[in-house]
Design a protein around this ligand. Structure first.
Ligand code: PAF
Length: 280
């Protein structure tokens, strides 16, 4: 596996792959890799000639009160994991290279970024869309892989590629979960043992919501209420939202029919956790 730190070098590798007719699969990450990331890398390996993964903790997607400075890092462990998952090129740009001057050029997507994560984390999706566009310009991928765990992020990126005619196929793969249902996330490392045990309630709440829908409940408020009640069975959970939404627009649903996504965000101690479940 080759490690690349430099943007120009990344671009010239990408150009040479493209010129020789090779397809590039890309997995952008912020590191501290877990099985969720590795599943994206393995799938990229199956579907492309060359796999590029990036690790960059992107400052523009963190709010001033958020966890940028304590975001977990493990470069050495991540290198080994990438190599074992079949990554050919690991791109590790520095913040100084990505943002040589205070950023003044941004990609913003309207509508779906006003709700849920976007409402609670103003500017977050602008930072994500900006860095993902920059990374696409560097890695020049044919396909880019994201995890469904960040459901709204996936919707934002899909909309961005369509709206900007970015010639990249966005591929979203299922959330990888721990045995008790907790969605894998780098931020799970913030949880102490007791919080870790309680964190499984997110998945229980999603499943409880899904069960009501499958049992024929057509009133979204009942489903929201059930998810909230389930979450509050564990101590110390503060709910940011427990929503029943349209998977394309992310707007709250007023009636249940067609495709539905259940989305939850909570705070548990100092850790913020999100999860979701598509009900088809
Ligand atoms: O999902 C993430 O890890 C990040 O938001 C991403 C897509 C790598 C952009 O920084």
């Amino acid at each position: 596996m080759k490690v690349i730190n430099n943007i120009r070098e990344m671009q010239s590798f990408a150009e040479s792959f493209r010129k020789s007719g090779k397809t590039i699969g890309f997995v952008p990450t912020m590191g501290f890799l877990h099985e969720g990331h590795l599943s994206l890398m393995r799938q990229a390996k199956k579907e492309n000639d060359v796999v590029v993964a990036s690790i960059f903790v992107n400052p523009t997607q963190f709010g001033p009160q958020e966890d940028l400075s304590r975001y977990p890092r493990d470069e050495e462990g991540d290198r080994a994991k990438c190599a074992s998952a079949g990554v050919d090129h690991l791109f590790l740009p520095t913040a100084a290279e990505m943002y040589p001057e205070p950023p003044s050029v941004f990609v913003s997507i309207e509508g779906i970024t006003d709700v849920l994560e976007g409402a609670i984390r103003p500017g977050h999706f602008r930072g994500v869309a900006t860095v993902v566009t920059k990374l696409f310009n560097m890695v020049k991928p044919h396909r880019a892989y994201f995890g469904q765990k960040d459901f709204q992020q996936c919707a934002v990126i899909r909309r961005m590629t369509r709206g900007l005619d970015q010639d990249v196929e966005v591929i979203v793969l299922p959330t990888v979960r721990e045995a008790d249902g907790l969605a894998m996330s780098s931020r799970n490392s913030y949880l102490d043992a007791n919080e870790r045990r309680r964190a499984a309630v997110l998945f229980r709440a999603l499943k409880a919501g899904e069960e009501l829908i499958r049992a024929g409940v057509r009133e979204p408020e009942q489903v929201r209420q059930k998810m909230r009640e389930t979450l509050l069975t564990e101590q110390g959970i503060e709910i940011d939202y427990a929503e029943v939404a349209d998977p394309d627009t992310l707007r709250p649903l007023e009636a249940l029919s067609g495709r539905i996504v259940l989305l939850i965000a909570v705070r548990l101690g100092t850790t913020r956790l999100i999860d979701n479940l598509l009900v088809l």
